[in-house]
Design a protein around this ligand. Structure first.
Ligand code: ANZ
Ligand code: ZN
Length: 842
């Protein structure tokens, strides 16, 4: 009895919860609702410690809200489409569907063994037609509303594998599998009009006061709204019939620091010039090899081609600037053309140094630095304008306004805003994704698949023996009749970006009818998600796409929610020491923690005894082999010890280091809780000090869980457990031990149920109410208050120091002796002197 039998208890209570449907969310409940959601996992094969941490946090909150009397929706599902399944198909010759579903089954069992309070009746997997078919319906609704369109766009093309690569599959400009140099190709692809919502997505960020500041800033930067100016450069000689072009700048204040102008490789002027300039044509080809990602453009070497042409500076007709075609100017942004100011822009500076162009400072932090030379770093800080004629002495903002006013007055430029955000390209040339429900007809063009024909189901009989998209080469799947003219036509063989799948799963969790994506009324009862918890790696794309998709549905009248997640929390990572050896050639071999025996500060290989080096403490990852599989740990220590570990020590937003000694400590604490809550002979007598500690813990822990400060709650539980252990037998101690069970129930639910049952309490602790604290016990100092009627002392009461007038008056009125001496008379006036007396005048 001294030890908590986690093997028996875990299995038992998990079965009881399941049988009783304890965590089913009731759509029709009249209770206040709480929607607690953790980012659903990709079914990669096994649950990892990062998942365990994420889901434990959400679970504590979900269980706590239930105890507080909320109807809680806490669902789980699978983000089941994506490339790893196709890779597995290629490497292991297993069908992506079989691989994915087997992984889901294994991971579901692992999650169940952790005892999460999930409503499994709402489980969904995005790879099943009942999910993605509804997604196709939503896609068609957005298409009908003009929020989806098709456009030519560049992709990364692997010429050896003959396949399109995602940005993350391009490593140092080469295909990750083939090693071939990746090319840029243009393909017709589908886009969602997220840019239509750019302003609204920005405005919405201001309302998200329960999101980390950091995440809001990241989204803001990603949308990248900038104030600027567009103006025209006149060419000294026309190119064909083009005699000038527009540039976009966010720094019109630096106009007098200009030393060149540059256009993108696919700018019409560059294209026209290349027609009879093979050298330029070759340069343009070369530019295509730099990837499309912004990060790549930042780091790539800045290269240009001098066209020999020049443009006229709009503020001085005698001033000519050379015109380059440059690899760092993008056609997709602004106007695809810039003026370069090397002193105040790093890319321009790198470029100017390479091509020996002038560098003139026009912004100085102080008057003394007006002519301070610029070395390797452009000056991007604040200051006043220098070397700039009529702008000299103005601040940056004043100078911007002055140049815009001049340009608008003289008709060569206008002030504007632009966003860096691009429309969302959702086409993927992949098999394992949601088929895009479009049919291409030669006569009719792209035609929506009629809703009655949804879902467009993926064919099962596909092969991955040769590279490319299996949907494209499937013998029959794509050949269909045109829905509008009945002529032979072909299906779209692209599938949707998996970020589309995760853009609305939280709505489908709230309501999942068979015949439509969701029932509006029911979905709106649950949404928005009150608390969303996940990794910061999703801070930009997933959250932005989900916010967009929800707004798009709102715009077309499907739902009246705009912000899907009111509260967001991004948790830290689980880390572990890493272990390695290096051979004489410097080659590193990593060792799994289970292969290593540690003794003090030295480590050896378990089997061979060879010395091993102890590496850094870093994020658990397969490549460093420093992962710890939760499965065997749960077997050994039980779900509660693992959950407790996940909540202890580190603040939840920080990294948490997994250690063997740490989990052992947790296991010991779970056993201590088991002993503390052991029923005994009922004791008598008050222990005011313990009462006070208990009530402070109740209030403090509730506040901590509310604020997701799990480690603080854990610390308070440790303190309380200590206090109970030290206390002599008393009624207070019995009550505290009993209450402790409810306080730990969200964190260590199996132990709590077992202890609750052992005490003979009825029902489940999962269904019990969160204990109420007595505010009077939260303050140390108590004072005795005199209760008077017409100035005569009739009673006294003990109240916490600082109790307010209204509360004192209420307490006085509740005194039996006062009621008796009032004898039905109604008070004319009540005088309250806080901490002293209440005098009732009749
Ligand atoms: C002149 C200048 C001077 C600029 C200076 C910056 C600093 P953000 O703020 O990120 O939006 N730019 C404009 N269009 C571009 C394109 N298609 N490809 C590459 N660069 C482009 O960046 C706006 C700035 O990026 C613009 O302001 C322009 O350079 C450049 F001291 O104009 B700037
Ligand atoms: Zn047709």
């Amino acid at each position: 009895n001294a030890r908590f039998n986690h093997v028996k208890a875990d299995a038992h209570w998990q079965r009881v919860w399941e049988e009783q449907g304890s965590f089913h969310a009731d759509d029709t409940s009249a209770k206040p609702r709480a929607y607690v959601l953790e980012m659903f996992p990709y079914p990669s094969g096994r649950i990892h410690m990062g998942h365990v941490r994420n889901y434990t946090m959400g679970d504590v909150l979900a269980r706590f809200r239930r105890m507080q009397g909320h109807e809680v929706l806490h669902p789980m599902g699978w983000d089941a489409f994506g490339m790893p399944a196709e890779n597995a198909a290629m490497e292991k010759k297993v069908h992506p569907g079989d691989w994915t579903r087997a992984n889901i089954a294994a991971m579901r069992e692992q999650l169940k063994r952790l005892g999460f309070a999930l409503d499994w009746s709402r489980e969904l997997a995005t790879c099943e037609p009942d999910y993605y078919g509804q997604e196709q319906a939503l896609f068609l609704d957005l298409y009908a509303a003009g929020l989806v369109y098709r456009k030519e766009s560049a992709v990364n093309w692997d010429p050896v594998d003959m396949t399109v690569l995602a940005n993350e599959q391009v490593i140092d400009g080469r295909g990750w599998r083939s090693g071939a140099l990746v090319e840029r190709r243009k393909l017709s692809q589908w886009f969602l009009k997220i840019t239509d919502f750019a302003e609204d997505l920005l405005d919405g960020l201001k309302t998200l006061d329960q999101w980390p500041e950091k995440v809001r800033t990241m989204q803001e930067n990603w949308i990248g709204k900038s104030q600027g100016m567009r103006f025209r450069f006149a060419l000294d000689k026309p190119v064909g019939d083009i005699d000038g072009f527009e540039v976009f700048t966010t720094r019109p204040d630096t106009m007098f620091g200009a030393s060149f102008s540059a256009i993108a490789a696919d700018h019409p002027i560059a294209q026209a010039l290349a027609a009879n300039n093979p050298e330029l044509a070759a340069f343009i080809e070369d530019c295509k090899r730099t990837g499309t990602a912004a990060a790549e453009i930042e780091t790539a070497e800045k290269k240009g081609f001098d066209t020999g042409l020049s443009v006229t500076h709009p503020l001085d007709p005698t001033w000519k600037l050379p015109l380059f075609v440059a690899n760092f100017v993008l056609m997709e942004y602004g106007t695809g053309a810039v003026f370069g100011c090397p002193a105040h822009d790093q890319r321009d500076l790198d470029f100017a140094r390479k091509y020996a162009l002038p560098v003139t400072r026009v912004v100085a932090p102080s008057p003394e630095e007006a002519d301070a030379p610029i070395h390797d770093e452009a000056y991007v800080g604040p200051g006043r304008i220098v070397n700039s004629r009529f702008l000299d002495g103005l601040s940056v903002d004043e100078a911007k306004a002055a140049v815009i006013a001049r340009g608008e007055g003289e008709g060569w430029g206008t002030g504007t805003t632009v966003c860096r955000l691009r429309d969302w390209g959702v086409s993927r040339q992949r098999y394992w994704g949601t088929p895009i429900p479009i049919i291409h007809c030669e006569a009719c063009g792209p035609v929506a698949v009629p809703k009655a024909q949804l879902p467009v189901v993926l064919p099962e009989d596909v092969s991955f023996d040769i590279p490319g998209n299996p949907l494209d080469r499937h013998p029959t799947w794509k050949h269909v009749a045109c829905p509008s003219c009945n002529a032979p036509a072909v299906r779209e063989t692209d599938t949707l970006d998996t970020f589309v799948d995760s853009s609305w799963y939280f709505i489908r969790f709230a309501s999942q009818p068979d015949d439509q994506p969701f029932d509006r009324a029911i979905a709106e009862k649950w949404l928005p998600v009150g608390q969303y918890i996940g990794g910061v790696e999703h801070a930009i794309l997933h959250l932005l796409y989900a916010r967009f998709w929800t707004r798009a549905l709102e715009r077309i009248g499907k739902i009246s929610v705009k912000e899907p997640f009111t509260g967001l929390f991004t948790q830290g990572m689980v880390t572990h020491q890493s272990y390695f050896t290096t051979d004489p050639a410097g080659h590193v071999t990593w060792y799994e923690p289970s292969q290593v025996v540690i003794d003090g500060s030295t480590a050896t290989e378990r089997d061979t005894g060879i010395p091993i080096k102890i590496g850094r403490i870093e994020k658990m990852s397969k490549s460093k082999k420093n992962t710890v599989d939760p499965g065997p740990i749960v077997d050994q220590y039980g779900a509660d010890a693992v959950r407790w570990f996940m909540l202890s020590d580190s603040p939840p937003e920080r990294d948490l280091e997994w250690t063997e000694s740490g989990i052992e400590g947790c296991w010991r604490f779970v056993n201590r809780l088991w002993r503390i809550t052991e029923p005994g002979e009922a004791a008598e007598g008050e222990d005011k000090d313990l009462d006070r500690k208990l009530h402070r813990a109740i209030a403090g822990i509730a506040a901590d869980i509310d604020a997701l400060g799990f480690n603080r709650a854990v610390a308070k539980l440790h303190e309380l457990a200590n206090a109970i252990e030290k206390a002599s037998p008393s009624a207070s101690r019995d009550a505290a031990a009993r209450t402790l069970i409810r306080l730990v129930a969200p964190m260590v639910p199996h132990l709590a149920e077992e202890a609750w049952a052992r005490l003979g309490e009825s029902g489940l602790v999962a269904d019990a109410a969160w204990p109420e604290h007595d505010p009077a016990l939260l303050v140390d100092d108590e004072v005795t208050i005199a209760l008077q009627v017409n100035g005569k002392l009739r009673d006294t009461l003990v109240a916490p120091k600082g109790t307010d007038r209204a509360a004192l008056e209420a307490m006085a009125m509740a005194s039996e002796k006062i009621v008796r001496s009032l004898d039905g008379a109604s008070p004319k006036k009540v005088i309250v002197v806080p901490d002293r007396l209440v005098n009732i005048v009749v």
